[in-house]
Ligand binder design. Sequence first.
Ligand code: FDA
Length: 283
Amino acid sequence: MLPPIADRFVAGETADGAVEHVRSLAADGIGGIVNHLGEHHETPEAAAADADAYLTLVERLADADVTPHPAISIKPSQVGLGVDEDCFRRNLDRVVDAAADAGVFVWLDMEDHGTTDATIDAYEALSRTHPGGVGVCLQANLRRTPDDVARLADTDGAIRLVKGAYDEPADLAHRDRAAVDAAYRDLLRRLFADCTVGVAVATHDEALIELAADLGARHDRAFEFQMLMGVREGRQRELAATHRVAQYVPYGSAWAAYFYRRVRERRENLAFAVRAVLSSLRS
Ligand code: FDA
């Protein structure tokens, strides 16, 4: 069972728990982007099982019939990229076909740099077969990302811009926080000024949120803010009064790695986790 300290960041272990959370977000005008936790599957069976889990999730989300329409977000290595590219594309096609029928948007998460080409290739192909139905995450820390933005500038889908969560080598990525922030700002300006692809601004960084709001108004462009479950939720609700906002909602039995990643990211979260453990020992 999910311990109470993890449920700030993870919406339970089952698809039903995730759908319930998406319903509660919808009441505040916030969309849900649901991720079935899992990554790095090395066998076709494990990859197919997670693709099947997404089929069930898509069905549940369609049945829930909530507005804003929910989306799903998939890690390529969880549906077969660690096996081979054919396995990845086969499983992904199954999920994207079902999601298209159900009116559910599909995001591709971006993993470490070894997966970038295959992920972008898959997105580009799907943006042709399922126009307006798919999006891909690009990481501002990678030095290649300006070229990837130029390549995908006019695709019929969406780009989610993040700072990047993977520890990448210096020849491939900016490692200094200020350089990553500067790259993010530059990419945002390009996305708003030069591209027709949809834009999702996925950050909790207030300076970048303000820049995006300003660019959106200046270029008269619709876009979406995206943040994680459990992080700056008050700000998410505040932004939802004036902008489109979606929350990334992870669920599933593989919650531990995700939870510890969020705790490691920030000292305050570590203090929160320690306090929760201590109070559970006292009660
Ligand atoms: P930064 O880390 O600088 O944080 C800015 C401020 O936000 C902090 O000062 C703090 O106030 C707050 N904050 C940030 N993280 C917090 C936390 N855990 N707890 C409490 N407060 C916190 N990465 C990737 O490589 N591939 C992917 O597919 C995705 N997908 C993705 C989807 C969505 C919707 C989001 C929001 C993020 C991702 N990421 C990602 C993660 C991303 O790359 C990055 O690691 C995190 O978003 C943290 O970076 P920020 O932009 O928030 O800035």
